[in-house]
Ligand binder design. Structure first.
Ligand SMILES: Cc1cc2nc3c(=O)[nH]c(=O)nc-3n(C[C@H](O)[C@H](O)[C@H](O)COP(=O)(O)OP(=O)(O)OC[C@H]3O[C@@H](n4cnc5c(N)ncnc54)[C@H](O)[C@@H]3O)c2cc1C
Length: 490
């Protein structure tokens, strides 16, 4: 008998979502990730949970409606990670006419008719806080509801849930060979050791590595297609309101400027074809300038390339076995030749539809194994067992329970851990009981929790993926964190 029912190569959003779905349906699952969870494209997404206005413009109404239904599912199952926001599109005289935008908004509302989020509205920005950050000529904006998500934590918490349902998650484990007989035999280099396992089915969820894994590891035909890159910039906070601004760029591309952590703004995206090593994806200077120019058409405060604090880039495979536009749905192929163990290939797609994509992918295996029905739409992710409207109450509750937390600290911790915050802070009565401090926010207790429960091994795993504290942590605190992690046992 094979060791596992399903082995997955890749711990990005697609891989962990498949792992969660399959483990919850009773399959014996192992996931191999060569680096850290979410270290590829999945930490470089635009962080939007949305129906997608660009898709609406292409008249793909059913896709928009399906995505809006997924948006509501995310709000229910991940109320800590997913935050409803009001998105504002300032009307620009050179861009889409106001009647077109307004009709689009009304259609968007209709397609999301079951949501509890407020509908769209027209705003006079000359008398509204939205206008404070904008250049003078703007008089009107359209406001609508959508959500933003912490993409990296979404990856990790999917993996935590998968593990709690029995999946084995191995980070630092690179799959180097897979032989296909009536079962798969996989060889991985697992933190320096050779690991050999067998599995009845295999999922290639290796993102931008999909083609090279197919060619060199699985030795099956490569999926045809290419690799694309998207990039974003992080600058100091450009506005005080809790809105996402949507700008219509001169090339008609929509550019989003979102509040990022407390003190920053994320502006993106810009995308194009990618060639090279997916482990090293960097943003071209021309792309930085493009996003600065887009922001400068709208915001009063100028943004120059020298103001960019960090760039965020990721690459992913884009191929489409059906010949249709793969786009936001991503790409999926299922190969189940007679006498050969099944192979599932899944790549790309947006964050909003990732749960559904994984559900569909795992459902392809139902003719091979008995498995329980679809379940992921109803089960909260770890820490997400509260209503999204009660986020503020969760924060207040945390401050009562741990009075030494400031409001911003409690906000960050509840947004990261939800109702599992108890497991991080325990019965601490004051800050000192949480161990050494690394900068203003991070404590030894949180680091230990992340090492023990969320597979954090190195400082970057914590500073850029389990949190974004790398944006504010001083160099000295980073060194102390590295020293602490080198000796701390999880
Ligand atoms: C170009 C681009 C466009 C995007 N557009 C959108 C969008 O419009 N909207 C939106 O919401 N999101 C978008 N996203 C982000 C979206 O988050 C990703 O498409 C999604 O996260 C899918 O990630 P993945 O799991 O397929 O890949 P990844 O996150 O890259 O994960 C693949 C993982 O496989 C691992 N791996 C590779 N080879 C091996 C091996 N041999 N052994 C073990 N592990 C291996 C890698 O280390 C990596 O962690 C976009 C991303 C990109 C890059």
């Amino acid at each position: 008998m094979a060791d596992y029912d399903l082995a997955i190569i890749g711990g990005g959003l697609n891989g962990v979502s498949v792992a969660r779905d399959a483990a919850g349906r009773g399959l014996r699952v192992i996931l191999l990730e060569q680096g850290d969870l979410g270290a590829g494209a999945s930490s470089a997404s635009p962080r939007l949970i949305h129906g997608d206005l660009a898709v609406l413009e292409r008249r793909a109404f059913l896709r928009v409606r399906a995505a809006l239904a997924e948006r509501d599912i995310w709000l229910r199952i991940a109320p800590h990670l997913v935050r409803p926001m009001r998105f504002a599109i300032p009307v620009h005289s050179d861009e889409r006419p106001p009647w077109l935008l307004r009709s689009g908004m009304l259609l968007y509302d209709r397609l999301a008719s079951r949501t509890r989020l407020p509908p769209s509205a027209t705003v006079d920005v000359t008398h509204h806080p939205i206008g404070n950050a904008l250049k003078r000529p703007f008089g009107t904006a359209f406001e609508y509801s959508d959500c933003v998500v912490d993409d990296s934590r979404l990856v990790t918490l999917n993996a935590v849930d998968a593990a709690e349902r029995g999946a084995v998650i191995r980070t630092g484990a690179r799959c180097v060979r897979a032989d296909r007989l009536d079962t798969w035999r996989l060889v991985a280099i697992d933190r320096g050791h050779r690991l050999v396992i067998t599995a009845r089915a295999l999922a290639n969820a290796s993102g931008a590595w999909t083609a090279s894994v197919a060619e060199t590891v699985l030795r099956v035909p490569q999926p045809e297609g290419g690799t694309t890159q998207i990039s974003q910039i992080i600058v100091r906070r450009l506005f005080d309101t809790d809105n996402v601004y949507v700008f219509q760029n001169i090339d008609r591309r929509l550019i989003f400027a979102s509040p990022y952590e407390r003190d920053f703004t994320l502006i993106g995206t810009v995308g194009h074809a990618f060639k090279g090593d997916p482990a090293v994806v960097s943003m071209a200077a021309a792309d930085v300038a493009y996003l600065c120019d887009a922001a400068n058409r709208y915001f009063r405060e100028r943004v120059e390339p020298s103001d960019v604090i960090r760039t965020v880039s990721g690459a992913n495979a884009v191929w489409d076995p059906t010949g249709e536009h793969a786009g936001r749905d991503g790409s999926m192929a299922f190969d189940a030749r007679r006498g050969k163990a099944p192979l599932l290939t899944i790549a790309g797609g947006d964050v909003t539809t990732s749960r559904l994509r994984a559900e569909r992918a795992v459902s392809r295996l139902t003719s091979f194994y008995p498995m329980s029905p679809r379940w992921t739409a109803k089960a909260p992710l770890p820490g997400g067992d509260f209503a999204w409207e009660k986020f503020g109450e969760e924060v207040d509750g945390a401050r009562e329970r741990w009075p030494f937390l400031t409001e911003p600290q409690a906000q960050r911790l509840v947004a990261g851990y939800g109702s599992r915050l108890q497991d991080v802070l325990g019965d601490a009565k004051d800050r000192a009981e949480l161990g050494p401090a690394f900068g203003q926010e991070l404590t030894g207790a949180e680091v230990r929790y992340l090492m023990a429960k969320e597979w954090a091994r190195f400082p970057d795993d914590i500073l850029w993926r389990r949190s974004k504290l790398g944006l504010t942590m001083p160099a000295r605190a980073r060194e102390a964190l590295a020293a602490f992690m080198a000796t701390a046992s999880p």
